[in-house]
Structures are given as C-alpha cells and as structure tokens.
Design a binder for this molecule. Structure first.
Ligand code: F6P
Length: 319
C-alpha cells in the first residue's frame, strides 16, 4: 500500500477532473491511499491537502475545471520554496506525487524529483504544446469550443459580408488555431510556427471576396499578435477593415469531449501503476494510440510544434 499525492497545476483544462477521478479510483482499487493537494504546488508548500475517497470524485467526470483548484505559482522557481515543498511532502510520508499540468508544472515536478521525491506527470493543458504525447488533456475540447464559435461567427460574417479575426489561445503554440481553423474552414490561419506576410493575407482574403465569398474568417494564434494589432496593421497597410473577436477563457471551460475524458482516464490510471512500481521523473503520454512514458527533461526541452502538413492541407482546401 502506497500513499500517493495528486495535484492539478497551471491553467485549468477540461478533463483534469476526469484524470483526478482516475488517479483516485485506480489508486484505491489497487489498495493505495490517495491525497489531493489544493491549488497546485502551493498546496504542498502551504500544507493544504485532503485524503480522497471514491465518493470524493463522484459526479466530476464530465465537469470542466478542476475541483481541487489550480494556480499559477511563479514563486515555485525559488529553490527555498521547492525545498519547503519537498520537506512538507516527506513529513506526510507520501510515496509519490502525480502532477497534472503543462510544461511549467513539469519543470516544478523535475525540481521535486531532484530533491528526492518520486514524481509522475500527466499532460493537462489546452495548448497541446507538450512533446511526448500526441494530445494533451483539454486540447480536443478547446478545439471543439473554438469550432463552435467559428460556426456562430460565420453566420454574422456571411450575413454582413465581413472579415472577422478570431484570436485563440495557445501561448507560443499554434495547435489550437491550426486544428480549429482546419475544422472550421477558416480562410486564413495564422500561427507562430509558419511565416506570416501581411500583403499575402490581404491578397488571399480579397481574392476570396472577388470569387464570391460572403465571409472571411481569420483564425489567429495569440502567440503571433493580438487580433487588434492585426486588424490595425491591415487597416494601415491597405485600408482593409476587419472585425475582431478574442475568445479568451471560454476555451478553457466547459464539459470535456469524450476523447478528452477517455484520454484523461487512461493516463490517470496508468500514472498510478507507474508510480506504485517505482517509476519517477517521467510524463505519461499517448503516442499512436499507446500509453508511453517520456522523461521530464525531454518533455520540457522544447515545445511541440504544429504539423506543417495539416497547415498546408487547411490552406489548400479553402477556395
Ligand atoms: O496554458 C493555457 C493558457 O490558457 C494559454 O493558452 C494562455 O496563453 C494562458 O494559459 C493564459 O494564462 P492565464 O491563465 O495566466 O491568464
């Protein structure tokens, strides 16, 4: 019987609750005790934790957000705070910690590992910018949310024959923009990973209008520039008018898709078995349908960049 800690950290993502449920229930099923730390690493530093039981995670499978809270916790880069966390964790006589979060969270997890704590990672972020997994928990849901909004915005764009720039999240990564833009048939997709040329963009939109298109939708990744910046540039350069919509936090909320729930359930259950067998310092990922582990060092070395083939496909199919 092991004592396993679990926390959610960084930006919340739909499916984090499903991962938490899987950790708790698989942990108990295997005969372990599971404890949740509140609000990410802060919960370890401030000694805020609680034992979890099967009923503690009842009715959360399809709920967005995270019932144990999360936090941006920049203080955790400080060695003295990390040492405090390691001390507290050891005093609780825990055998291992499961961290559900993004690359920043895995940097923190790696520091704890260096301080002698067994740590396992589960990728939970809408950004899908994590190496070692084809998809992160929450990404599929975020793409669906953006797609839903693209469809609504197209109604107005078509009715008024307007151009609308839709700014989406992703930090420095273009995954959300690429997949939602492809699925939504956007006239242009602008991502940090591909070159951007203002004149090309305007030419592309104008030629669409000349061919009889009633609307132009531009999906813009926040990592390139803001929607307002882009619309100002378009106006200044060629007098082209575009409306702007910033989707913001709606992309992080809502009920997870079936795909995210299943991904989270598989990863959560596997994380329990890995940590119980003594594995540490790795993230669980799903590559080509199989659960695999990748060392944190590799995961955080660089962000996972978009698949350029998908970008070229999207651009080739819009006419
Ligand atoms: O990492 C998830 C994310 O939503 C990014 O897409 C976005 O840039 C960032 O978090 C926003 O962070 P915050 O929650 O601190 O506003």
């Amino acid at each position: 019987m092991k004592k396993i800690g679990v926390l959610t950290s960084g930006g919340d993502a739909p499916g984090m609750n499903a991962a938490l449920r899987a950790v708790v229930r698989m942990g108990i099923h295997r005969g372990h005790r599971v404890f949740a730390f509140y609000n990410g690493f802060k919960g370890i530093v401030e000694n805020e934790s609680t034992e979890m039981y099967n009923r503690s995670v009842g009715d959360i499978l399809t709920r967005g957000g995270t019932i144990i809270g999360t936090a941006r916790y920049p203080e955790f880069v400080k060695p003295e705070i990390q040492k405090q966390a390691a001390r507290n964790f050891k005093l609780l006589e825990m055998d291992g910690l499961i961290v559900i979060g993004g690359d920043g969270s895995f940097r923190g997890a790696l520091e704890l590992k260096k301080l002698g704590i067994a740590v396992l990672g589960i990728p939970g972020t809408i950004d899908n910018d994590i190496n070692g997994t084809d998809s992160t928990i929450g990404f599929d849901t975020a793409v669906d949310t953006v797609l839903d909004n693209i469809k609504k915005l197209r109604d107005t764009a078509s009715s008024h024959q307007r151009t609308i720039i839709i700014e989406v999240m992703g930090r420095t990564s273009g995954w959300i923009a690429l997949k939602s833009g492809l699925a939504g048939g956007a006239e242009a997709i602008i991502v940090p990973e591909m070159p951007f040329d203002l004149e090309d963009l305007i030419h592309r939109l104008e030629s669409g209008i000349a061919r009889g298109k009633k609307h132009s939708l531009v999906v813009l990744a926040e990592g390139v520039m803001s929607a307002t910046e882009l619309s100002d540039k378009m106006k200044d350069a060629m007098g082209f008018t575009a409306n702007t919509v910033v989707l913001g936090y709606v992309q992080r909320g809502g009920s997870p898709t079936a795909s995210d729930i299943i991904l989270a359930s598989r990863m959560g259950a596997r994380a329990v078995d890995e940590i119980a067998s003594g594995m540490s310092g790795v993230m669980i990922g799903l590559l080509k349908g199989e659960l695999v582990t990748t060392p944190f060092e590799e995961v955080i070395a660089e962000p996972k960049i978009i698949d350029p083939n998908l970008y070229h496909l999207a651009m080739a199919l819009v006419h």
